[in-house]
Structures are given as C-alpha cells and as structure tokens.
Design a protein. Structure first.
Length: 197
C-alpha cells in the first residue's frame, strides 16, 4: 500500500519515542510551515483521511517502530488538531507546477542563490528537471504567501551550486520580492546576492 502523505509524516516521527501531544503539535505545525511534497493543508489532510480509511495496512509499517493502532490514533489526533485550527493560514509558499515555466524562464532575474547539498537545502531539494525544457534545466515555480510568484532556475547538474530567482513582469521591486522569498522560505539571507555581480 502506498501511504503517500502518511509515509512522509511517519518518516518525520520514526525516531520519536512516543507519539504524544507534543508530536501531534509538531506535525500539525509542519503541515502549515513545511508542507509535505508542496501540498496544501487541505491536500495533506485528505491524504491522512484516505490512509485512515484503508482497513489493512499490511506491511506498510514494517519499518516503523510504532504499532498500527498507535499510528492510527496519532493520525486521528493530528486531524482533530488541524480541524481545531480552521480556517487554516495560507502556507508560506506553494508549488505552482510548470504550466507557466517558459514565462518564468524568460522573466526577470532578481537574485542568485548559493545552493547547499539537497539534504541541507529546502529549495535545492525542490528543484526538478523541467518536463520539456530544451536545456533540461531544473526548476521550481512558487507562489509566496506575500502573493509574489517566483521561479528558481538551475543548471541540469544535480549538484549545481547556484540557482537564479526569477519573476515575470509586472512585479514588485527585486528587493521586495527577495525579502518576501527569504521571509517565506527561511532561506539564509547570506546565501542570496544580487542577480548581476
């Protein structure tokens, strides 16, 4: 069985000794602040609901130290906590897919981002080879909580050290968008520099 969202949650709690109220609060915060797979809170909620609706998880938890009844109870409490926090806040950023990739690829360069290894870099890990891109560029298109829409564009090399932050005109000033990007993504400010220079 493919657990989807639940698999991501269980990965985050696999070293937790107990799935107590503190863990419920942590995972609930994560759905808002660091959404799994770039999903909306609603999509994550529905993913948990769908997994709970499956009667037999078979060997889906074989790698997990917590038993199925404990995990099911934990997930139900996460849903209850999410319900208690409606209406949900707008996420810091959302993945917009690649439907407008060409616009962003030819847009305005706003800044350069120094990338770290994907495992240590919340943006690097989101870069994917863009379907149909003639140069096989990697990228991600985001809508920030500020309302700004931006793209990160990087070379095809998976261990590339730099990405360019792009926007499509008309847009706010580069300084305003960069500030919003840093604020919404938590990207280290010292790793962001002017697009030219």
């Amino acid at each position: 069985m493919h657990l989807g969202v639940v698999a991501g949650i269980l990965y985050c709690v696999q070293f937790s000794r107990e799935l107590d109220d503190d863990e419920v609060a942590r995972i609930t915060r994560m759905t808002f602040e660091q959404p799994l797979y770039g999903l909306t809170t609603e999509e994550q909620y529905e993913g948990i609901e769908a997994a709970l609706a499956v009667d037999d998880w078979q060997d889906a938890l074989s790698w997990q130290p917590h038993t199925e009844p404990v995990v099911r109870d934990f997930l139900r409490r996460v849903l209850e906590r999410l319900d208690a926090q409606r209406p949900w806040p707008e996420p810091p950023f959302r993945n917009l897919g690649y439907s407008r990739w060409q616009e962003f690829r030819q847009g305005t360069p706003l800044a350069r981002l120094r990338l770290y290894a994907p495992a240590q870099d919340p943006m690097h890990v989101r870069l994917r080879t863009v379907p149909g891109d003639e140069d096989r560029l990697r990228g991600v298109v985001l809508r920030l909580r500020s309302g700004d829409e931006v793209a990160l564009v990087a070379s095809p090399a998976p261990d590339g050290e730099e990405a360019v932050l792009m926007a499509v005109p008309p847009h706010r000033s580069a300084a305003e968008i960069v500030e919003a990007f840093v604020s919404c993504t938590g990207y280290a400010r010292e790793r962001v520099s002017a697009a030219h220079g």
